[in-house]
Design a protein around this ligand. Structure first.
Ligand SMILES: [Zn+2]
Length: 366
């Protein structure tokens, strides 16, 4: 099988870059449909309007209705046709990018993605997650291309809630370990081929960046300061983790996350917070050396990622519920089967229990 790497065509990251969006956009179209939330427009609408005044590309703003559903996608396609837009720009969070990517795909136009948070590895990917209008998962839409541009304005991200960027570190924490598992098993990545050395190197850099910069970044963010450590963590959460997961592969951590979605108790937790616990569980399944396990758990505790059921909101979880999570994580088409050894609901349930116990131990609870 071939080795395949995919990535966005252009990645831009820096303080104040959103003010240049109009200039960047003119290389891709004459009239952009800009998808943004009402709150987002209130915060940065004026600077966006200003940046398009100096651009050869004009802007047509539309408020996102809150769900990346087929109805919302079709509504926006109609607006694209009616207003004769030849470019889509999504500004905000995950569901806005997924919708913008899908609309651009169906309209065969370029797409620019401008996250205002750094909470997941989704912005750079060639993937949209489609939900029903009620917010229930419907399907993955695999796109033939990654976004033309991903633009991260680090000033804007620094002003977003710190917990979101920490959750992004939880998502990024999984990248290297899932990549390593896929390399060992020879699994096919989301890019449709085997892992390249380049994707592995980016996944490792992602992990090393979190270990070196994560805590420094969190403290700086709490002080509202956009420092070099913050810049490095935003890159790790978005670009390194994005290319890493997509081109090197997903394995245990994300499948265990998916299993955890069956627990009502954890619904208030962010994706990356659950992925962090999924990462610890994957390391238990792999029976990694104690130093590696300790390094990861200590990191989670220090930045404030959950390491126990209690911290995940499921203090009174029963053995039956743990088994439900384990069974869901082992779903036939999920990525737990990319691990380099056989995984069963029984071994996953045991690893989940042990992960929680290690968390309590390192927290000094018992
Ligand atoms: Zn993720």
């Amino acid at each position: 099988m071939a080795r395949i790497l995919i990535s966005p065509s252009k990645y831009i990251q820096g303080a104040g870059e959103m003010k240049k969006l109009g200039t960047y956009a003119q290389a891709y179209g004459k009239k952009a449909l800009i998808l943004i939330s009402k709150g987002g427009y209130k915060r940065i609408g004026a600077e966006l309007e200003e940046s398009f005044k100096q651009s050869e590309c004009s802007a047509e703003f539309d408020y996102f209705n809150g769900e990346c559903s087929k109805n919302e996608i079709n509504r926006l396609i109609e607006i694209m046709k009616e207003k004769e837009c030849d470019l889509v720009i999504g500004i905000g969070g995950g569901k806005i990018f997924d919708t913008a990517k899908a609309v651009a795909h169906y309209q065969k136009t370029p797409v620019l993605i401008c996250p205002t948070i750094a909470s997941t590895d989704a912005p750079c990917s060639a993937l949209s997650v489609i939900y029903t209008d009620e917010g229930v998962f419907e399907e993955y839409l695999f796109l033939p291309a990654n976004p033309n541009v991903v633009l991260m304005d680090t000033d804007i991200i620094t002003k977003s809630p710190v917990r979101l960027t920490v959750a992004g570190m939880g998502d990024a924490l999984a990248t290297y370990f899932e990549a390593r598992a896929c390399k060992r098993s020879g699994a096919t990545s989301c890019a449709g081929g085997k892992t390249t050395g380049a994707a592995m190197a980016l996944a490792k850099l992602c992990f090393d960046t979190l270990m070196e910069e994560g805590i420094k970044a969190k403290i700086a963010l709490e002080a509202g300061a956009c420092t070099e450590a913050v810049e490095k963590v935003i890159e790790a959460n978005t670009l390194l983790s994005g290319i890493g997961f997509e081109s090197a592969g997903l394995a245990g951590a994300h499948a265990i996350h998916n299993g955890m979605t069956v627990l009502e108790e954890c619904h208030h937790m962010y994706h990356g917070e659950k992925v962090a616990f999924g990462t610890i569980t994957q390391l238990v399944l792999e029976n990694v050396p104690q130093e590696e396990l300790e390094e990861v758990i200590d990191f989670c505790i220090e930045v404030g990622l959950p390491v126990t059921w209690k911290e995940l909101g499921a203090e009174h979880i029963t053995d039956e519920q743990i088994m439900e999570v384990a069974k869901a994580a082992c779903a036939e088409n999920d990525t737990l089967h990319n691990m380099p050894f056989e995984v069963t609901p029984e071994t996953v349930a045991a690893a989940l229990k042990a992960a929680d116990a290690y968390g309590r131990y390192y927290l000094g609870e018992e």
